[in-house]
Design a protein around this ligand. Structure first.
Ligand SMILES: Nc1ncnc2c1ncn2[C@@H]1O[C@H](COP(=O)(O)OP(=O)(O)OP(=O)(O)O)[C@@H](O)[C@H]1O
Ligand SMILES: [Mg+2]
Length: 228
């Protein structure tokens, strides 16, 4: 593998007495599209939060684009997150008062992009997810699948090194979910590195690489070379 965009080495996460991740090793290269699968409670969301620097591990190392996150202060970690990571969540998390294009532009708020460029790039990103005709709609005027496409556009608009999606199809019917998976494939073909958390084995099977999590451990990785 070329230099990984994301590298976890022996990552442990404990909450008090409870250990949720027991030494996770994972390397994700540029341009990969990876599914992290596992049953409820296996630690998928915890892993995503650690990969996305939303939480710090209790032990082990997290490297984003070669940078050991533990060596950075909170402010610098927030900068890395704003620049290098895009998030998509099951509940969309769009601002209710803002239009679709404004929600997407918010994805660049902390990345130091001037306002005019933010608007132009937000419009382009909405076009990319097929929603130009809904740019001025507010989330309440959009369907669930459309909301998730707005959220995906927002995650991608800052051109992050990594997009992390936690159950992105969890609130959608299967046809709409399928369209979202197709969109993730297209964005990946355009070069985005994407990690999708899901408990849906069918969805995972459609992605090129599957990492299986069980009780806080990776028990199988279809890219064995990356599991050292
Ligand atoms: N802040 C916390 N304090 C204590 N325990 C926690 C905390 N966050 C998560 N856990 C525990 O960690 C385990 C893994 O939780 P996590 O949310 O990562 O699971 P998951 O694989 O995403 O599950 P699901 O598919 O249901 O979303 C659970 O048993 C949960 O109770
Ligand atoms: Mg979860």
């Amino acid at each position: 593998m070329t230099e990984p965009v994301l590298e976890l080495v022996e990552v442990v996460k404990s909450y008090g007495e409870v250990t949720v991740l027991h030494g996770v090793d994972l390397r994700v290269g540029p341009g990969e599209l990876v599914a992290v699968v596992g049953p409820s409670g296996s630690g998928k969301s915890t892993l995503l939060h650690i990969m996305g620097t939303l939480e710090r591990p209790s032990g082990g190392t997290v490297r984003i684009d070669g940078t050991d996150v533990a060596r950075l202060g909170d402010r610098q970690v927030a900068d890395v997150r704003a620049r290098d990571i895009g998030f998509v969540f099951q509940q969309f998390f769009l601002a209710a008062h803002a239009t679709a294009v404004e929600n997407v532009a918010d994805g660049m708020l902390y990345a130091g992009v001037p306002a005019r460029a933010r608007r132009r790039r937000a419009a382009e990103a909405l076009d990319r997810v097929g929603l130009s005709h809904r740019a001025r709609f507010k989330p309440s005027q959009l369907s669930g699948g459309e909301r998730q496409r707005v959220a995906i556009a927002r995650a991608l608009v800052g051109r992050p090194a990594i997009v992390l999606a936690d159950e992105p199809t969890g609130n959608l019917d299967s046809a709409t979910g399928g369209a979202i998976v197709e969109l993730l494939h297209e964005l990946n073909a355009d070069g985005a590195t994407i990690i999708v958390i899901t408990h849906d084995n069918d969805l995972a099977g459609k992605l090129p690489r599957q990492v299986h999590l069980l009780d806080g451990r990776i028990v199988r990785d279809s890219n064995a070379a990356a599991l050292r």
